[in-house]
Design a protein around this ligand. Sequence first.
Ligand code: THG
Length: 272
Amino acid sequence: MIIIGEKINGTIPKVGKAIAEKDEAFIRDLAIRQAEAGAHYIDVCASTAPELEEETLIWLMNIVQDAVDTPVCIDSPNARMIEKVFKHAKKPGLINSVSEEGDKCEVIFPLIQGTEWEVIALTCDNRGIPSDVQTRVDIAKNIVEKAAKYDITPERIHIDPLVMALSADNNSFLNFVDTLKQVKALYPTIKVTSGLSNISFSMPLRKEINRHFFALAIFAGMDSAIMDPLNRDMMATLLATEALLGRDRYCRNFSNAYRKGKIGPKLEDRKK
Ligand code: THG
């Protein structure tokens, strides 16, 4: 599982406060803790007023890149903003995101042509987020075909089918799986990704829903997740599911993570 650490996001109140107060130490600590927890990318999302987004993203990227070697995932709804801050990345990372909305693909794909950058592609367009599977698959296909014009191959693309709240659409998870299967049948090397918390919107016990969504999505073949790697229960779900699927020889990853106190009770809370 490719882990995209989501914690450096201005929509999280404490992070928004740290951004407003230019609290470098707070951001650095989040970068280091997520990297140590196993993040493969560190997502940076400003969520500030538009006029502050550029300087904030650059500020966040610099702190993360000084603190850890983990590549950044540049998260902005504005493709031109991503284009502006792109040169501040010190190594190839992940773009979050393109879609068929407006000219996003035409802005981002030339930027990452001939590089090792990967890109998240949301299955939405100018009409919004489709409620059916077929439109999602069609949009994914269009984006892959646009990418091919810039020599960007499917293995560099993470399709995000934008899972709907289960409370609003009872087939939300099943549609997610259906989209994943169809997209992978078309492009066997493509990656499928998702955030883990949209599914439980407006339900009680959200974390319970989120963890079970994660387990089932892993079983279905999800390749990457935008998630909180500091959520120990979520990490235990990941390791347990990987072991159950025969992807953890002798359950070594699971056992080592437990022994090091990364899952289960923290080491200092265990009986000697
Ligand atoms: N798809 C793509 N990008 C995305 C999302 C997506 N970017 C933004 C968002 N969704 C993913 N990022 C977050 C960041 C923080 C939280 C949720 C999604 C959040 N965090 C709480 C916190 O850190 O305090 C709780 C974390 C927890 O449950 O453990 O709510 O869907 N492409």
